[in-house]
Design a protein around this ligand. Structure first.
Ligand code: ZN
Ligand code: ZN
Length: 271
C-alpha cells in the first residue's frame, strides 16, 4: 500500500530512490551513528568526541559528498533553485515511505512505545529557518508525522561552532512533560546539531528523544569508503527494512511489531 495522498504517482526507482544506500550495523560501522570507521568496533571519532543525548539514531540512507542525495538536500533549501519543488516532493516521499514502515523501529530502539511529538532540527541560518522546507515536509506533506509535528525548537543567538556540540545552540519553545520526541533532520555529519537539539528538548522536560535523519553524510574518498559504498549500492535499497529491523545485527534490538509483520507492504519499492 502506498500512502501518498492525492493523485501523485508512486515512488518509483526512477525517482532516484535506487540511489539510496542503506546503512547496516557491522564491522567497521559506528554503533551509534552508522558512520563508516577504520576501527572494527565501537564509536566513530565524532561520536567519541561529542556529547550524546539521543536515545536512538536511525539514518534512512548514506549521503555521499557531491552525489545524488547530497545535491538533493542542498537544493531543496535553495529558494531560487528551479528544482526545489521536485526535491521537496522526493524527500517527502522518502520520509513518508520510511516513517510508515520504521517509526516503530526507532521507538523500539529508543525504548519507548511511541513518539507523542515530532519536530525538526532548526536551520543553522536563522533567516532560512523562518521558512525551512523540512518543517513543511514533516508538518504538512508526510501523513505519519503531520498531526504530531510541532515547532519545539528555535535557534538561539549563540554563535555556532560548526560540528561542535553546544547545549545552548537551541532553546525549546515550550515546556515539555515527559513526552517522547522524534527529532527529524535532513543531514547528519558530526551529529552536533541533532545532539544539541536533543539536549535542549531534554532540558525542557522531554522524555526520550530519538532521531531519524534522511542522510548520514560520508566522503567516498576516505579510507575504504568507496569499496564499502559500492557493496551497499550492489545490495540495493529496500523500504521494507531498516538498520533496526533488517536482522543484520542480532544484538541491537528485538524486531518491533511492524517489522515482524513484514513492514507496511512497501516491498514493491525493492530493487
Ligand atoms: Zn558515530
Ligand atoms: Zn525497521
Amino acid at each position: 500500500m502506498w500512502l501518498w495522498r492525492g493523485t501523485e504517482p508512486m515512488l518509483s526507482a526512477s525517482s532516484g530512490v535506487e540511489r539510496l544506500l542503506a546503512p547496516r550495523h557491522g564491522s567497521g560501522v559506528c554503533r551509534r551513528c552508522l558512520n563508516l570507521t577504520a576501527e572494527a568496533t565501537g564509536l566513530c571519532r565524532a561520536c567519541r568526541a561529542g556529547e550524546h543525548h539521543l536515545a536512538a539514531i536511525l539514518p534512512i540512507s548514506y549521503s555521499v559528498g557531491g552525489e545524488w542525495l547530497h545535491h538533493l538536500i542542498a537544493s531543496y533549501k535553495r529558494d531560487a533553485d528551479p528544482w526545489v519543488p521536485d526535491a521537496i516532493t522526493t524527500l517527502a516521499r522518502i520520509c513518508e515511505a520510511f516513517l510508515s514502515a520504521h517509526e516503530p523501529c526507532v521507538a523500539s530502539a529508543a525504548g519507548v512505545e511511541r513518539f507523542q511529538l515530532v519536530t525538526t532540527v532548526p536551520s543553522g541560518d536563522p533567516r532560512r529557518d523562518s521558512h525551512h522546507p523540512l518543517r513543511r515536509i514533516v508538518g504538512d506533506l508526510v501523513a505519519p508525522t503531520r498531526d504530531r509535528h510541532e515547532r519545539l525548537l528555535v535557534r538561539t543567538p549563540t554563535p555556532a561552532i560548526p560540528r561542535h556540540f553546544d547545549a545552548a545552540r537551541y532553546r525549546a519553545t515550550q515546556p515539555l512533560r515527559g513526552e517522547a520526541v522524534l527529532l527529524i533532520d535532513d543531514m547528519w555529519t558530526s551529529g552536533a546539531s541533532a545532539q544539541s537539539a536533543a539536549a535542549a528538548l531534554l532540558d525542557a522536560g522531554a522524555g526520550k528523544v530519538a532521531a531519524i535523519v534522511i542522510a548520514r553524510h560520508l566522503n567516498r574518498g576516505w579510507d575504504r569508503n568507496d569499496l564499502r559504498l559500492r557493496r551497499l549500492a550492489r545490495d540495493g535499497f529496500d523500504f521494507a527494512s531498516c538498520v533496526v529491523c533488517s536482522g543484520e545485527d542480532a544484538g541491537l534490538t528485538t524486531k518491533p511489531a511492524a517489522a515482524q509483520r513484514g513492514g507496511d507492504g512497501l516491498s514493491s519499492l525493492r530493487r
